[in-house]
Write a protein that binds this ligand. Structure first.
Ligand SMILES: Cc1cc2nc3c(=O)[nH]c(=O)nc-3n(C[C@H](O)[C@H](O)[C@H](O)COP(=O)(O)OP(=O)(O)OC[C@H]3O[C@@H](n4cnc5c(N)ncnc54)[C@H](O)[C@@H]3O)c2cc1C
Length: 385
């Protein structure tokens, strides 16, 4: 077993790290306060090949391996988990990768090159007010009218929902079949009847856009379906498996940022005549933070390696997401403790890191849902029995 990154992976990681330090971190606190998304960051990431990193070059991607993509996720989230949300887990894992896997040749050509160039932003619209963890409860409907589908319903908590040009929308085409009746449609914002309303004052991930999407008699051509009619659940679960892996990597990035901040502060802050880093109880907290973040990092690499080799990775992606998100929350909490009273203000990044880590813990399946998947996969029990 080789635990070393190869030279290409090190180069990609360093490129993403330098970019994040120079172009994202300097405004991360300000953008968190102002709930501000910067389209120019997306454009700059596209120019570096960071908007479709694991996609083949024939579709405009950078053709990087999956571990390289996860390294990019970690480094971008280390600066801002909001930018990671907008440009990586949504644009690539939840939008581009399901199109690559389930889209027709026409859909791939139509959407993938333009999303890698940053000309189009995507979003993944599954959650509804009454359907979060329980995807089979989807109420948004699609009915066939001639050779077109007519969509009605609304989607809640959609990252990029207020700014995306195209939405991957999950709708019931045969409600009696529950999850087997769900179909995945690509719906363009310019479609008459498509509207969105931004959600403000989120606790974290505030520099990423989140919105409610409303679909009122939206007419969508039949060729805009991913897979076939009734394949939506399969499409959605594949996208979520990919996204859980990228979000687990982002949690490692947030944990690393918390360690960076805590170590810097513990070296500088003096109490009782010496730097607080000299106290063993502070060292114990740092040791726990580093251990948990390193463990999470190897879970991510392990699952990423399986995905890269096209082997089953569902259970490992859920283990990585579950553990890395819990570890990021605990690590950020310890970073706040090490900062004492100053950690409880926006003067230091640690409060933002905790708020962001809690958001990463929630989306793409809560901790409880990850545990259900790990248990089911281990026992060999299907999701709907
Ligand atoms: C910042 C943010 C961005 C998001 N972005 C997107 C997006 O881009 N696209 C999208 O479609 N959705 C998105 N979501 C929605 C997110 O995926 C859901 O919030 C999440 O899946 C949980 O659904 P819910 O909020 O309806 O909670 P519920 O499903 O109502 O869960 C409430 C609680 O019950 C628990 N629970 C539920 N079922 C079970 C069970 N069977 N056993 C044990 N416990 C259970 C949950 O773990 C949770 O603790 C986003 C959410 C947030 C906060």
């Amino acid at each position: 077993m080789d635990f070393d990154l190869n030279s290409d992976q090190v180069m990609v990681r360093n490129m993403a790290r330098d970019f994040a330090a120079k172009e994202i971190l300097p405004t991360a606190a300000e953008d968190d306060t102002n709930e501000h998304y910067r389209p120019e960051t997306t454009e700059k990431m596209a120019a570096l090949g960071l908007l479709g990193a694991p996609l083949p070059q024939e579709y405009g991607g950078a053709g990087f391996d999956y571990i390289s993509y996860l390294l990019i996720c970690e480094e971008i989230a280390r600066a801002s988990a909001g930018v990671f949300t907008t440009c990586l887990t949504v644009q690539t894992s939840l939008f581009q990768l399901p199109i690559l896997r389930f889209g027709s040749q026409e859909l791939k050509q139509k959407y993938l090159p333009r999303t890698t160039k940053g000309e189009l932003l995507g979003c993944f619209a599954m959650t509804e007010t009454g359907s979060g963890s329980d995807v089979a409860a989807t109420e948004t409907s699609a009915r066939l009218d001639g050779d077109k589908w007519v969509l009605n319903g609304s989607k809640m908590w959609i990252s990029n929902g207020g700014i995306a040009d195209v939405a991957l929308v999950f709708a019931q085409t045969d409600k009696a079949k529950l999850h087997r009746g769900i179909t995945a449609f690509l719906v363009e914002r310019k479609t008459p009847g498509f509207s969105s309303r931004n959600i403000h004052n989120k606790l974290g991930l505030r520099d990423s856009n989140t919105a409610e999407i409303v679909l009122h008699d939206c007419v969508v051509p039949a060729e805009n379906i991913l897979g076939g009619s009734g394949d939506g659940f399969k499409v959605g679960m594949y996208a979520l498996d990919c996204a859980r892996l990228s979000t687990a990597a982002a949690c490692v990035g947030v944990g690393q940022a918390a360690i960076d901040a805590a170590v810097k502060y513990a070296r500088e802050r003096k109490q009782f005549g010496k730097p607080i880093g000299g106290f063993q109880l502070i060292q114990e907290m740092v040791a726990d933070m580093v251990t948990e973040t390193e463990v999470a990092r190897y879970f991510v690499y392990r699952a990423g390696d399986l995905k890269e080799k096209d082997r089953p990775f569902v259970r490992e992606a859920s283990i990585a997401k579950y553990y890395a998100a819990e570890a990021a929350v605990r690590t950020a909490q310890k970073a706040i403790k090490i900062h004492g009273g100053y950690g409880y203000s926006n003067e230091y990044p640690v409060g933002r890191l905790l708020r962001d880590a809690v958001g990463l813990q929630l989306y793409e399946g809560t901790a409880e849902i990850q545990k259900l998947i790990i248990g089911r996969e281990t026992l060999g029990i299907a999701a709907f029995v």
